[in-house]
Design a protein around this ligand. Structure first.
Ligand code: PLP
Length: 391
């Protein structure tokens, strides 16, 4: 047994797919300490810089003083505290829905919501580039899983027509695709789900706090927020805290409380995370939030244009996630290491996170990045990219 594990690890190394942890010292700022040196951080999802914002820290500290460190139980036992209810009420108001329900992480949300909504006899239609937690939720559900080509509405229509069922049909998509930085065609998906009597679920892990008026997400940006049955989002990325939510009708929330196993069988979020999330939503939904979003948009836009001009393929990115296509795994990891040697941390992304042959540097931006750091980063990336034959 242990022999075969060693062999598997060796095989991963041979294929350039072996992964290891790289500890980062201090808080998640735009520059961090790593392996004994300061590096420019170009792969954090702390898009608005809220993960060490004074208002969030203060809210978390106060919550610990008042409510302690742990919630002590799952929500349906004794783990529903006033902060859970306050945050759910605030999230529903933020998203403009009847209700909202917290989950312990985005992974827990997707792997709990999807099997609650779909089971044997039902069909799940999932974009091919959806996040792994959606795929895992679909596999757990025992429903039929139909993966449609990325953002291909015509193909999805044909697949809906080819897969009728007396059961439920669920269309699920990332709002912003986490490894590509492009946006789902939500207007068209809303039309399709209506036409075919399906439910639509949007995972807005990367849109929440960033896109649309008030940072309400990709649905708001595309003017269809009220038409999405389940708007899932996370609290650990742009919101700088931890956890996840789904905003939906009162009926769907009541149903998930009774059916979503990752909600039912897990200790609820602790006070510090809840209070930080509450402070984050207030901030995101304020003029300061607007300023941060504009700054973020400008930084990512500058980088996307400069990288494209240098000859990189940014894979259709439209957001603060800007991948640079590299190709093979080894090459992507060499690129990451060469950049690290020059004080820039942009993580190479390999299978199974992305399809083979599309390994990339996934560069992500923060409102707190300095312009001069980004100017230097593009120049260094272009030089190394040419040396490695990427561009
Ligand atoms: C990060 C991410 C998740 C998981 O959220 P966590 O809170 O980190 O568990 C789910 N979906 C997408 C699209 C993500 O990018």
């Amino acid at each position: 047994m242990s022999g075969s594990i060693a062999e598997e690890l060796e095989e991963l190394r041979r294929q350039g797919l072996h992964r290891r942890l790289r500890p980062v010292a201090g808080s998640q700022g735009s520059r961090v300490w790593m392996e004994g040196r300061e590096v420019l951080l170009l792969c954090s999802n702390n898009y608005l810089g809220l993960a060490d914002h004074p208002l969030l820290k203060e809210a978390a500290v106060r919550a610990v003083e008042r409510f302690g460190t742990g919630s002590g139980a799952s929500r349906l036992v004794s783990g529903t505290m006033e902060l859970h209810e306050a945050l759910e009420e605030r999230l529903a108001r933020f998203k403009g829905t009847e209700a909202a329900l917290l989950f312990n992480s985005g992974y827990a949300a997707n792997s709990g919501i999807i099997p609650a909504l779909a089971g044997k006899g039902d069909v799940i239609f999932s974009d091919r580039l959806n996040h792994a937690s959606i795929v895992d939720g679909a596999l757990l559900s025992r429903a039929k899983l139909v993966r449609y080509p990325h953002n291909d509405v015509a193909a999805l229509r044909r697949l809906l027509e080819a897969n009728p069922t007396p059961g439920r049909r669920l269309i699920v998509t990332d709002g912003v695709f986490s490894m590509d930085g492009d946006v789902a065609p939500l207007r068209e998906l809303v039309a399709l789900k209506r036409e075919h009597g399906a439910l639509l679920m949007v995972d807005d892990a990367h849109g929440t706090g960033v896109l649309g008026a008030g940072g309400r997400g990709s649905g708001e940006m595309l003017g269809v927020t009220g038409e999405i049955d389940l708007q899932m989002g996370t609290l650990g990325k742009a919101l700088g805290s931890f956890g996840a939510y789904v905003a939906a009708s009162r009926e769907l929330v009541e149903y998930l409380v009774n059916r979503a196993r990752s909600f039912i069988f897990s200790t609820s979020l602790p006070p510090a995370a809840l209070a930080a999330s509450l402070a984050a939503i207030d901030l995101v939904d304020s003029p300061e939030g607007e300023t941060l979003r504009r700054r973020l948009d400008r930084k990512a836009g500058f980088f996307r244009e400069a990288a494209t001009e240098a000859g990189f393929d940014t894979m259709g990115s439209k957001t603060q996630i800007v991948p640079l296509l590299v190709g093979e795994a080894e090459l992507a990891m060499t690129f990451t290491q060469r950049l690290l040697d020059e004080g820039i941390f942009a993580q190479g992304i390999r299978p199974p996170t992305v399809p083979a042959g599309t390994c990339r540097l996934r560069c992500t931006f923060m409102a707190t990045h300095e312009d001069r750091d980004l100017v230097r980063a593009v120049a260094v990336m272009a030089r190394i990219g040419r040396e490695l034959g990427v561009i």
